[in-house]
Design a protein around this ligand. Structure first.
Ligand code: SF4
Ligand code: SF4
Length: 267
């Protein structure tokens, strides 16, 4: 069974994967797997961009997203007349003929990976470039997004050949068993700069601790007075900053967002 492995730690946000996907599918049909993708409004591979944190502690994360080719695919369950099927290699395909008029297929995808083609009255999505995989004469025998990525962020192959240790899937709680695996999915962070308002200096080597029901995380401020507690679960935290008998205590939540805090005065 085939799978995708996407390593977000290497992605530079160049959009070449998204452009390659559009180049492969716009204005050309690859029957029996897909009618042509409209030039606007659809991104069978979509590069999402997240700006996280705030103030002077901001990170940008890029994330290529596509159909997860789920083993328990809700789109397949919602389809009538076998309009969505799984190939022997695991790719989930929407039949462009049988799916005509079946909006329920699009509405069933919890990842919102399926688009509606108004002109053709059909749902459409990533095919895994099945037409390239099948064409023994093609110079490209992998999905175009994989071929277009110049830093090997997106890999595709037999699951047993991919190093999936430590990877995660999107929303495992949906129970869909995605076949797109991610390395480096962003976790929440708390970051700030600590300074001494009397000395008018940053504070190096302050101990920073975050407590919650989810655990205890500790770090120290560096030579610029900065700290970053990274990889935090989503929780409400009691944050303490301590050095030379001075202590700062505050409540910080990572339930809904990363926290790039204003500068913290350790008085
Ligand atoms: Fe279907 Fe959506 Fe899963 Fe793709 S990600 S197989 S479209 S349910
Ligand atoms: Fe990231 Fe590769 Fe896509 Fe560029 S082509 S945005 S590096 S996944």
């Amino acid at each position: 069974m085939k799978a995708f492995l996407i390593d977000l730690t290497k992605c530079v946000g160049c959009h070449d994967c998204q452009i390659g996907c559009k180049d492969e599918h716009c204005d050309q049909a690859w029957m029996p797997y897909a009618e042509a993708e409209p030039e606007v409004g659809q991104f069978w591979l979509k590069l999402k961009q997240f700006e996280r944190g705030g103030g002077s502690h901001v990170r940008v994360t890029y994330m290529p997203t596509l159909c997860n080719h789920c083993e328990n695919a809700p789109c397949m369950a919602a389809a009538k007349d076998g309009a969505v099927y799984r190939r022997d290699d695991g790719l989930v395909i929407i039949d462009p003929v049988k799916s005509k008029g079946q909006r329920a297929i699009m509405e069933a995808c919890p990842y919102h990976c399926i688009y509606w083609n108004d002109a053709l009255d059909i749902p459409q999505k990533c095919t895994g470039c099945a037409h390239l995989l099948d064409d023994v004469d093609s110079p490209i025998r992998v999905p175009r997004c994989v071929d277009n990525c110049h830093v090997d962020v997106i890999l595709f192959g037999e699951e047993s050949d991919l190093d999936l240790e430590g990877t995660e899937v999107l929303h495992p709680e949906y129970g869909t068993k995605p076949r797109v695996f991610y390395r480096g999915l962003p976790k929440k962070f708390i970051a700030a700069t600590v300074y001494d308002p009397e000395a008018k200096e940053i504070v190096e080597g302050a101990k920073v601790t975050a407590f919650s029901d989810e655990g205890t995380f500790t770090t120290e401020t560096n030579s610029w007075g900065d700290f970053c507690l990274d990889g935090l679960p989503e929780a409400d935290w009691k944050l303490t900053v301590e050095k030379d008998g001075k202590t700062l205590v505050m409540d910080v939540s990572t339930r809904t967002k990363d926290q790039g805090l204003p500068d913290l005065a350790l008085a």
